[in-house]
Design a protein around this ligand. Structure first.
Ligand SMILES: [Zn+2]
Length: 114
């Protein structure tokens, strides 16, 4: 259900972008999805394919998903690591003073039109 509303939102965004470019057909939509964004990619693709036919503009659109791994910066030792789970403890210095650099994004990066 969550993924369905995201798919609807994506279609709204790309439809608006395409009409601004005077295009009437979208070929593909490239999306960046972070590993901890909470989005089920399979479910999102399924929802997208299920509703894209509602508009002529997106009937042939293909959703291309780019996964973004979680990356964390440690302020204590200035290191970077790939965090897992919810406890973002630095593996080098065991510090807790960390910040997420990427991994929770969900955004449309590009659309290809005809
Ligand atoms: Zn550290």
């Amino acid at each position: 259900m969550h993924e369905l509303s995201i798919a609807m939102e994506i279609l709204d965004i790309v439809a608006k972008a395409a009409s601004e470019h005077g295009s009437d057909r979208i070929k593909s939509v490239r999306l960046r999805v972070g590993d901890i964004s909470g989005v089920e990619v399979d479910s999102l693709t399924f929802s997208f394919d299920a509703i894209k036919g509602d508009r002529k503009l997106t009937v042939d659109a293909e959703l291309v998903v780019e996964r973004v791994p979680l990356k964390v910066h440690c302020r204590t030792c200035d290191g970077e690591f790939t965090g897992e789970g919810q406890y973002l403890t630095c593996p080098s210095c065991n510090g807790f003073d960390t910040e997420m650099l990427q991994g929770d994004e969900l955004s449309v990066v590009d659309i290809e039109v005809e």
